[in-house]
Each structure stands twice: as structure tokens, then as C-alpha cells.
Design a protein around this ligand. Structure first.
Ligand code: WT7
Length: 654
């Protein structure tokens, strides 16, 4: 077995990509009105760059581009060279100018049940006010703004206001800790932090501003903190630094003239986990990113403006929220649901009530949520009229065929096509996915690269594999929404993504994949030390360094073990320092709290085991594969490279 075939995704355990799966062709009715027909692939095959030039016409360009792609400085691409555009104009103003100002852009559903509809008119006014405020604060194009907010309209407004002014936003998931926020603020040298007093979580107002206070204390770059009053809880306001949104943005002028920026102007930085403890600031730019975001949202989701009600359940803290809540959908004039809370607040009916209430027709979510719905039982969705749904999407990890079938049958009324979309923070937009009006899908397979996108599955020697082959997933041609680098560390950019196949100049995605006998592509999961927990990307070394940050821990090893609901669960093995007493549950609880404090509650290990020793190679490298075998209850394979094979008896003895 190659190491790619041992990928740590959840599919490897129970599913058999080799078994002949059922195939689900689209219905003739769906195909008849589908946005994407077979001509799309034909056009891309005929002339890939011309194809992308054509897709770029989905946008309004203030100045046309002179070249489609400049790859002379590879691996840093320039797409739509010399073109000038304003991303916010494309997502907001354009729709108003085209006469659609009264269309609802956002149906906001707050967790406590408050609601707010924003039309494109409203959105334009709000974004203009925020842009005027940001300018008044002295921010100029290229400055960075950190956004640390729950899923409320102001988060989207803040992102668009940045885009409008050429400010580069760095959205930090509001579930991250103060220390995670601080390191991201410092790395990007953000001048402004936009946040809230608190956020609603399961009926409780949870403070968020105190984390910001802790994070920005002593942060040299930060000049201002702008605070949206969401919950009304008491917060400290630091004079001269902190401002209330309702006292500034709400009072600013609601007209603002957008200026065009270069196609390669940096739109955002988004931090994601790599194989080391330090998160990578993935850089995305404007013209290419927005083109692919718009193209994929239109064709993969078959979105029809003015007819569909779209709901992507992601959080803006992740790339899915950037591309498929903000930029892709809004560039296409979407009407979408934005929901603030958890799926079981006040009870497990919430998502289905929302679908029913707004007539959601396109529903894009993560496999982990589908599996959670399965656990809750079909009685819950069955109690609702979900007949408005005509397309379902999945993202974040491989979706196991059982969950796929349940999703289609129970949520999709046995008729809605499912698009299983493979992509990454780095790719910026969907790369591999069925096209819903064309592709006969197989449950669990992302099927094929989209028209205009090129991917291969190769072995260690860069030999391309054919049907039945299993190996590494690479992207062999540049694509418009590709990352342009890692903020402040271009060496790491080259090293992380481009050093595996330097002669070929391929991007290595970090995933293993295989073609089945029919040539359908199955993504198997990560082949590096990156875990995927409920679709969240967490590196083993990040969690390890949080654990050794605890005074009692001498050494830690972390692995992702298969988990029925979350895809992978975090399992940690720790060695205590000399003289530290193992207090059992109390110590474990303390260690889990330490990880939550350092990174986020989402990174808390499912299981922590105190061990006397860790399995190491002679060169001192921890053998994670063996720990994973233990965590998943498997027999150990070859342990001959270990210093002391007996260490397992000690670990197992626990
Ligand atoms: C990793 C990227 C893309 C937005 C959410 C996650 C895994 C993502 C799929 C899929 C199998 C998938 C991969 C990838 N992944 N989508 N449809 N099938 N695996 O973004 O945090 O950058 O994580 O998520 O392992 O490399 P991300």
C-alpha cells in the first residue's frame, strides 16, 4: 500500500471505493434547465485560457485585462493581467444598477429568533457606511483588518467594506482563542479589529470582546477596535481605541464611490493549519479569485438569481464562508439565508424550520452535519416540508456513501442532485465536483475536475495513474483562484506546495486520491500531519505544542483517529514531566482546557492518554502511524524501525 492509500480520511475504514457503487444520473427535468451543459467542458478543452477569459466576463471590469495568465514568475500567478475591478462593486452595486436593488440579498436569522432582511439596496448602504468609517479611521489600500465575528450581517458588511477600499481582511473564526487571534493579528499587522460584544450560542450570550481585549493588549499594529453590539452584555471600552459600530458606521454617509484595484490586489488573508505549529496566512487576490468563485457558484450549484434561495451553512471564519457565502453568491446576485447559531438551538428542528420558512432550494453543508442529522433521526426532517430543496452540496471531507444516500433521500426528497465539492483554503474555490445537470454521480466520489481545472493522481515518481490507481492528488496547471503565497513567508509557500514535484511544477494538495474502474475520482483524505475534525483543519503539531505548553507535560504526540460523526477525532498521548503527579481525570480535563485556551474548543482532544514513552524511530521521529493504529484499535504493522518495540505494551497497558 502506498502512503497515499493509507490516507487518514474517514473513507478508508468502512467504505470500498472499489465496490460497484450505485450511480445517480440527473433527472431530465434538472438537465433541461441546468446552467452547465456539456459545452462547458468542450470550450475549456478547446482553449483553457480563452475559456477563463470568457468566465471573467461574468464580472464588471473597470479596465479590461491585457493577458489572461502570466505564469512567468511561477509559482506566483498573475491572472487577468492589468485588469482593474472593484470586488465589492461586483458583489453589491452592480445588482442595484441592474435594477435588482429590491431583491433580498440576505435573510438573516439570529439564533434567538430575531430576523432581518437586507436587500441589495440595503447592503449597498451598509457597505458604503462601513467603508466611509474605515476611511475615516485612516485606513488606506493594502492595510490589513482583522474580523473576529459571529455569523451576523455586519461580518459580511465588514468584509465587503474592506474589499471596497482595497483593505485586506483577515477573518479569524470567532471560536478561536485570544491567543490564536493575537498571533494572527501580529502576523498580518492588522490595524483594525472588527468584533462584537458577544455572540449567541445555544441560548446564551457568550462574551467575545474580552478575548479581543486580551488579544490586542500590547499588539503594536492595532489602532482601533470596532465593536458591534449584538447581545447587549457589558463590555469594557478602551477610550481612544474602541469604537461602537452604532455610534460610527450607523452615522456615516451611505454613499461611497468605489475605486478600481488591480486584478492582483490582495483581497484577503486566511490562516489555515499546516504541518507545523504555526498557521499559514493564505493570500488570495481579486480578479482571478472572484472569477472562479462566481463561475463555480453559478455552475456547480446551478444557481438562478431571483429564483433560488441559497443556504451555505459554513462560518465566515473558514474559506467556505468567504467563497460561498460572501464572494461567489453575492457576485451572482444571490438571495441567501445567513444563520447565526448552532443547528440544535433551541432544538434539532432548527435547520429544517429555516429551510421550510425561507423555501431554501440550494443547501450546502458538511458531511459531519449530515451524520449528526442521521444520529438525531429522520423523524426530525420528516416533520418538515423540505420540498423546496432542489440541490444539495457537501464540502470539507470525504462524505461516506451511507451519509450521501441518507442526505439525498431524506433531505433531498430522493431527487435533488448532490455535488460533493473538493477544494481547499489554498485553491480558493471548488476544483473537483460533479456538474449537477450532467454528471451521473457516485455516492462518496467528487467525480472529476471542473471544466477549466486540471488535476492528476500520481505516484511518488510523478507517474500519472490510470483507472484503479491510488496516489497523490496534484494540480498540474495554475487556476484563477489559486493562492498567491503565504503571508510573510514565500519560502514556506514554495516549500509546502511546490517542492514535491519541482521538475513538473505541480501543486501538491496534501490529499491522497484514487480513480475507480470507471475513472471517477475519490478523494481519500490527507496524507500529511493535518487532521480533519468536522471539516475543520487542525495540525497535529499545533495541538502538540498546546499540550506541551502545560507545565506538567514533557512530550506529546497527537493523531487523528477515525470518528463516526466528526470524520476524525483528536487523540493525544502525553508523557508527564518528572515529579508531576498523574491526577487522572482532573489532569486530563486540565490538558483539554489548555488546548481550548491555546487554540480553540474545536481542537480539544477527544481522548488523552498519559503514557510512559512514545514510539520513536531511531532518528527520534515519533511514529504517528503506529499511534493511529492504536487509537483506531488496529493491529500494529511493521515496528522494526522502532527504538524500543516494547513501548507499545506500556502504552496499551493504560
Ligand atoms: C481539505 C481542505 C474546502 C473548504 C473546506 C475545507 C478536505 C475538502 C473535500 C471533499 C474530500 C475534502 C481535503 C482538503 N476536503 N473537501 N469534498 N472530499 N475531502 O477547507 O480547511 O482548507 O481543508 O479538506 O482533505 O485538502 P480546508
Amino acid at each position: 500500500m502506498t502512503s497515499a492509500a493509507q490516507a487518514n480520511g474517514s473513507t478508508e475504514k468502512s467504505e470500498q471505493p472499489d465496490a460497484v457503487p450505485q450511480v445517480y444520473p440527473p433527472s431530465p427535468e434538472f438537465t433541461a434547465t441546468a446552467n452547465a451543459g456539456p459545452e462547458l467542458q468542450a470550450e475549456a478543452d478547446a482553449d483553457r485560457l480563452e475559456f477563463w477569459a470568457e468566465q471573467a466576463k461574468r464580472l464588471h471590469w473597470h479596465a479590461p485585462f491585457t493577458d489572461v495568465l502570466d505564469w512567468s514568475d511561477a509559482p506566483v500567478a498573475k491572472w487577468f493581467v492589468n485588469g482593474r475591478l472593484n470586488v465589492a462593486f461586483n458583489c453589491v452595486d452592480r445588482h442595484v444598477l441592474e435594477g435588482n436593488g429590491d431583491r433580498v440579498a440576505i435573510h438573516f436569522e439570529g439564533e434567538p429568533g430575531d430576523t432581518r432582511d437586507l436587500t441589495y439596496h440595503d447592503l449597498l448602504a451598509e457597505v458604503s457606511k462601513a467603508a466611509n468609517t474605515f476611511s475615516d479611521l485612516g485606513l488606506v489600500p493594502g492595510d490589513r483588518v482583522a474580523i473576529y465575528m459571529p455569523m451576523i450581517p455586519e461580518a459580511i458588511i465588514a468584509m465587503l467594506a474592506c474589499a471596497r477600499l482595497g483593505l485586506t481582511h483577515s477573518v479569524v473564526f470567532a471560536g478561536f482563542s485570544a491567543s490564536a487571534l493575537r498571533s494572527r493579528i501580529d502576523d498580518a499587522e492588522a490595524k483594525l479589529v472588527v468584533t462584537v460584544d458577544g455572540q449567541w450560542r445555544r441560548g446564551q450570550a457568550a462574551p467575545l470582546k474580552p478575548s479581543v481585549d486580551e488579544a490586542v493588549d500590547g499588539a503594536e499594529s492595532v489602532r482601533n477596535v470596532l465593536v458591534v453590539k449584538r447581545t447587549g452584555i457589558d463590555v469594557d471600552i478602551t477610550e481612544g481605541r474602541d469604537l461602537w459600530w452604532h455610534e460610527t458606521v450607523d452615522k456615516a454617509s451611505d454613499t461611497h464611490e468605489p475605486k478600481p484595484f488591480d486584478s492582483e490586489h490582495p483581497l484577503f488573508i486566511l490562516y489555515t493549519s499546516g504541518t507545523t505549529g504555526k498557521p499559514k496566512g493564505i493570500i488570495h487576490t481579486s480578479g482571478g479569485y472572484l472569477t472562479q468563485a462566481s463561475y463555480t457558484h453559478h455552475n456547480v450549484f446551478d444557481h438562478k438569481a431571483g429564483q433560488d434561495v441559497y443556504w451555505c451553512t459554513a462560518d465566515i471564519g473558514w474559506v467556505t464562508g468567504h467563497t460561498y457565502i460572501v464572494y461567489g453568491p453575492l457576485s451572482n446576485g444571490v438571495t441567501q439565508v445567513v444563520y447565526e447559531g448552532t443547528p440544535n438551538s433551541p432544538d434539532e428542528h432548527r435547520h429544517f424550520q429555516i429551510i421550510e420558512k425561507y423555501g431554501v432550494s440550494i443547501y450546502y453543508t458538511a458531511p459531519t452535519l449530515v451524520r449528526t442529522f442521521m444520529k438525531w433521526g429522520r423523524d426530525i426532517p420528516d416533520a418538515h416540508d423540505l420540498s423546496s430543496i432542489r440541490l444539495l452540496g457537501s464540502v470539507g471531507e470525504p462524505i461516506n456513501p451511507e451519509a450521501w444516500k441518507w442526505f439525498r433521500e431524506v433531505i433531498g426528497g430522493n431527487k435533488a442532485p448532490i455535488v460533493d465539492t473538493w477544494w481547499q483554503t489554498e485553491t480558493g474555490a471548488i476544483m473537483i465536483s460533479p456538474l449537477p445537470g450532467i454528471t451521473a454521480t457516485k455516492p462518496g466520489s467528487a467525480m472529476a475536475p471542473l471544466p477549466g481545472i486540471s488535476a492528476k493522481i500520481v505516484d511518488d515518481d510523478a507517474t500519472e495513474l490510470g483507472n484503479g490507481g491510488s496516489g497523490y492528488l496534484v494540480l498540474d496547471k495554475p487556476w484563477p483562484a489559486m493562492l498567491r503565497g503565504i503571508w510573510g513567508d514565500m519560502d514556506r509557500y514554495r516549500d509546502t506546495y511546490w517542492s514535491r514535484y519541482p521538475e513538473q511544477g505541480w501543486y501538491f494538495a496534501g490529499d491522497g486520491a484514487k480513480y475507480d474502474e470507471d475513472g471517477a475520482l475519490w478523494v481519500l483524505g490527507r496524507v500529511d500531519d493535518v487532521m480533519n475534525v468536522s471539516g475543520h483543519r487542525i495540525s497535529t503539531s499545533e495541538v502538540e505544542s498546546a499540550l506541551v505548553g502545560h507545565h506538567g507535560v514533557a512530550e506529546a504526540a497527537v493523531v487523528g483517529a477515525a470518528d463516526e460523526t466528526t470524520g476524525q477525532g483528536i487523540v493525544a498521548f502525553v508523557i508527564l514531566r518528572e515529579g508531576v503527579e498523574n491526577t487522572g481525570d482532573a489532569l486530563i480535563a486540565e490538558l483539554k482546557a489548555e488546548v481550548a485556551r491555546e487554540i480553540s474548543p474545536i481542537a480539544k482532544p477527544r481522548q488523552i492518554t498519559v503514557v510512559p514513552e512514545l514510539p520513536k524511530t531511531r532518528s527520534g521521529k515519533i511514529m504517528r502511524r503506529l499511534l493511529k493504529d492504536i487509537a483506531e484499535g488496529r493491529d500494529l504493522g511493521d515496528t522494526s524501525t522502532l527504538v524500543d518495540p516494547k513501548v507499545f505494551d506500556a502504552i496499551r497497558g493504560k
